[in-house]
Design a binder for this molecule. Structure first.
Ligand SMILES: Cc1cc2nc3c(=O)[nH]c(=O)nc-3n(C[C@H](O)[C@H](O)[C@H](O)COP(=O)(O)OP(=O)(O)OC[C@H]3O[C@@H](n4cnc5c(N)ncnc54)[C@H](O)[C@@H]3O)c2cc1C
Length: 459
């Protein structure tokens, strides 16, 4: 009997390639029709940031070059103030420490095609309805409501934040837990086309942010000179989606908050009123597996808010982690699934927390002088003590150290920063000998205890 993977999104498609290459018999079922045969709907072209964990996972299945060919390097954040002033903050110690912007749709299409080339059958237009582990059967509602029943060995749930597989799994276990917490901010996709001569209208290799307290606009470059913009805005309240009902409301709001972007977005009104408004939230569930029969990966196990750019990266890391346990205990599926869940669940929780913290950081603090000063000192610490100090952001996006470690070490580093920056406003006035001693005293023992290496992941 084959195993079935539910959901041919980013994680399900990558998992299918991985399992097939490991010699497993798998079929991939997808609720939607084949996106490779259709025009992408307006407002659904989201681009994503792929970082160390995502790159490592695609490298493991031999797809690094194919994926990199779809990306644009992003070397830092470009902040746009209300009066149009620009401030650039590099992400890393040098431009080689960068992230990569990639179209979600193009990446998904590539992974589906590579899964098929590896020999995986993808069945589109089939939505999971329910699962019977006693009968080894999974039931689908297909196109035209025709039911399909499939016998299975194992079920992998990669069916996203509203996972039906998760709901079925949680019915089978004692003390299940599941929560979904929405934040009071939705998002909407907007668009900035390339210039008439096909060039990038704003700095190409940057993540652009217009931070405005509780709301913000972001832009990531596409390969063709355009930018995909995302507006994050509370649902209700003073500056909110609720209060942008007319074209006049919208134009006034943009004039006040994002004036420099207006001339660059000729279809702002059309995009805003026609594109869907998406919700954002955190999903936590426990457990992630039912014995050796069902296992959740990606957003189905841990959907997070997008403010660390890690949802897909974390899902791809799940695939790497599962593969590691498959190699350690070949064919012992109960052990594989249990060990995978034990290792990754704390990491899923940690990145979920950090993503929410980053929401506050990006929307409220990126324009704050004290915050910018801390960032400057943090960068200098990384430059002076590269073997012993790496920012939490750097650990998450440039290394493969567990998210849960990055979260805990980040707290210690924050204490060190506070102590060093007390009563200081200039980087030149920081006592670097004291910094050296504090790192040795507070941070190094923690690193040794966890046996982590801070070296940058080199793809
Ligand atoms: C605005 C925004 C920006 C983001 N930016 C980033 C970023 O920069 N970097 C990053 O790493 N992550 C980012 N993310 C998160 C990222 O998009 C997700 O973490 C990622 O898509 C999860 O992949 P997945 O395959 O687990 O789930 P999904 O992408 O949701 O795929 C699930 C698939 O399952 C299918 N499905 C659902 N239900 C059923 C069913 N019942 N039967 C059959 N099939 C089903 C769906 O049709 C879909 O194809 C962002 C998210 C948002 C909303």
């Amino acid at each position: 009997m084959p195993s079935v993977i539910i959901g041919a999104g980013l994680v399900g498609s990558l998992l299918a390639i991985t399992l097939k290459k490991a010699g497993e018999d798998v079929i991939l079922f997808e609720r939607n029709t084949d996106m490779r045969l259709e025009e992408l709907g307006a407002g659904r072209s989201i681009n994503l940031i792929i970082t160390s964990r995502g790159l490592h996972a695609v490298k493991e299945v031999g797809l690094l070059e194919d994926v990199l060919a779809l990306t644009i390097p992003v070397t830092g954040r470009m902040m746009h103030s209300k009066d149009g002033e620009l401030t650039y903050q590099p992400y890393g110690k040098d431009p080689s420490e960068c992230n990569f912007s990639i179209s979600r749709a193009e990446l998904n299409k590539l992974l589906m095609t590579k899964a098929e080339e590896a020999g995986v059958e993808i069945v589109f237009g089939h939505s999971v309805h329910s699962i019977s582990v006693d009968k080894d059967e999974i039931y689908f509602t297909g196109p035209n409501k025709i039911e399909r029943t499939e016998k299975f060995e194992r079920v992998y749930g990669t069916d996203g934040a509203n996972s039906q597989v998760r709901k079925e799994l949680l019915k089978l276990v004692d003390s299940p837990s599941e929560s979904m917490n929405l934040i009071n901010a939705d998002y909407k996709e907007l668009f900035m086309p390339s210039t008439a001569s096909g060039e990038y209208p704003i700095e190409k290799n940057a993540l652009h942010i217009w931070p405005r307290g509780s709301h913000m606009l972001m832009a990531l470059p596409n390969l063709d000179g355009s930018f995909t913009m995302t507006l994050y805005l509370p649902r209700t309240g003073e500056d909110s989606f609720e209060n942008l009902k007319t074209k006049e409301d919208l134009n006034n709001y943009f004039k006040i908050n994002y004036a420099d972007s207006i001339p660059l977005m000729p279809k702002l009104e059309e995009d805003f009123f026609e594109n869907p408004q998406g919700i954002l939230g955190t999903v936590r569930a426990n457990p992630w597996n039912y014995s050796d029969r069902i296992c959740l990966l990606g957003d189905a196990a841990h959907a997070i808010v997008p403010f660390f750019g890690q949802g897909m990266n974390a899902g791809f890391e799940d695939v790497t982690c599962l593969t590691k346990h498959m190699n350690k205990n070949p064919k012992e599926w109960k052990t594989i699934f249990n060990n995978f869940s034990v290792e990754q669940k704390p990491n899923g929780d940690a990145i979920a927390d950090m993503a929410i913290e980053n929401f506050n950081e990006m929307s409220e603090k990126t324009g704050d002088e004290r915050f910018l000063f801390f960032k400057e000192v943090e960068n200098e610490l990384q430059r002076r003590f590269p073997d012993r100090f790496r920012s939490r952001y750097g650990m998450v996006v440039y290394t493969l150290v567990p998210y849960s470690y990055a979260q805990s070490a980040g707290l210690i580093q924050q204490e060190i920063l506070k102590e060093l920056c007390l009563d200081k406003t200039e980087v030149d006035s920081i006592d670097w000998k004291k910094a050296d001693a504090l790192i040795d005293e507070k941070l190094v023992p923690f690193q040794k205890e966890h046996g982590v290496k801070l070296e940058r992941y080199k793809h």
